[in-house]
Ligand binder design. Structure first.
Ligand code: SAM
Ligand code: SF4
Length: 326
């Protein structure tokens, strides 16, 4: 029986945060200092993650995305990828990364069975990239994207978060960079979501499209089959597929099909709210797969209706992005 909540939403997609640590400190994601990391013994082990994913697959989860923190910072991530790839029912295994380790890791990720890759890139100017990521290396990330193309992890989705007055003058540069890869790259603009505090101002998707329309012809294309938050468009002049993830200006809570397994085993049924007990604790107390499945069903039934955050107000999202898995 499908994993359904009390509003009738069916869940087929699980994001797994494998680490809350990161080699970058993006300004919209983490504070510069004062992060406290989840102690290692409190992290889900790879065996625990694989078991939980197997139980989720039995409950109808078909897509898994590894995220974090920076998922490639966790040792031997390819072992987890191979284990999840072998899980019956999981037919799409993706990862979101900042790209820094891809020059070295891309071939191994592809060989382990990763089917899709998203790389976050918010600026194409080395100085600004370093400032936004607090010391990230643009050259490395661009080389990483090339390594992922060579390894066949295409099409790669580039995730860009636009912050008003900080990098929103790079919309056209990002489009031109992605379009030059002739179909290997797709671009998605993600609206900034305020966690705990409102440090930045988001650029609503409609405003990005308005600016793009001053130079290009945009046509709406069909969204992903089975739903997904991205609203898809195509640029006629260069053939680039471009997606908009607009959690604030165009909420998609009504059709949300996702769940998030946090780094310490808590199941976050809604990105915006902290809730639910830890699946790790349930497992470590000796629960059977059937008992684990029953707990998951109960947690999903209690999923909140959605978030109540607006472009210019409302609530902020609870918790820290890196532990939840963006
Ligand atoms: N470290 C990896 C990366 O940067 O791609 C994976 C984890 S990161 C938390 C996942 C995605 O969340 C990234 O694309 C990042 O840009 C996005 N993100 C982080 N904080 C955000 C925020 N406050 N609002 C919107 N997107 C955010
Ligand atoms: Fe690290 Fe990704 Fe967060 Fe940037 S967005 S600080 S790369 S987890």
């Amino acid at each position: 029986m499908a994993l359904t909540d009390k509003y009738g939403r069916v869940h087929t997609y699980l994001r797994v945060s494998v680490t809350d640590r990161c080699n970058y400190r993006c300004v919209y994601c983490m504070p510069a200092e004062g992060m406290s990391w989840v102690p290692r013994k409190e992290l889900l082990t790879y065996e625990e993650i694989a078991r939980i994913v197997r139980v989720f697959a039995d409950l109808g989860i078909r897509q898994v995305r590894l995220t974090g923190g920076e998922p490639t910072m966790r040792a031997d991530i390819t072992q987890l990828i191979a284990a999840l790839k072998a899980t019956p029912g999981i037919d799409d295994l993706a990862m979101t990364t900042n790209g820094h380790t891809l020059p070295r890791l891309a071939p191994a990720l592809a060989a382990a069975g990763l089917t899709r890759l998203n790389v976050s890139i918010d600026s194409l100017r080395p100085d600004r990239f370093a400032a936004l990521t607090r010391n990230g290396n643009l050259e490395r990330v661009l080389a990483g994207i090339e390594a992922a193309r060579t390894a066949g992890l295409t099409p790669i989705k580039l995730n860009a978060v636009l912050l008003a007055g900080e990098n929103d003058d790079e919309i056209f540069d990002l489009v031109e960079y992605a379009a030059a890869a002739q179909g290997d790259l797709q671009l998605r603009f993600i609206e900034y979501m305020p966690f705990e505090a409102r440090w930045h101002r988001c650029v609503p998707a409609a405003e990005v499209r308005r600016r793009l329309a001053t130079r290009y012809t945009l046509t709406r294309t069909p969204d992903k089959i089975g739903g997904g938050p991205s609203r898809e468009w195509r640029i006629a002049e260069n053939g680039l597929n471009i997606g908009f993830i607009s959690p604030l200006s165009h909420k998609f809570c009504d059709s949300c099909n996702r769940l998030r397994l946090m780094v310490d085993g808590h199941l976050r049924t809604c990105l915006a709210h902290e809730d639910t007990p830890s699946l790790r604790d349930i497992i470590r107390k000796g629960a059977t797969d059937a008992a684990l499945a029953a707990s998951i069903r109960t947690m999903v039934l209690g999923k909140p209706d959605g978030h109540h955050c607006e472009v210019d107000g409302g609530e902020v999202f609870e918790g820290v992005m890196t532990g939840i898995g963006g």
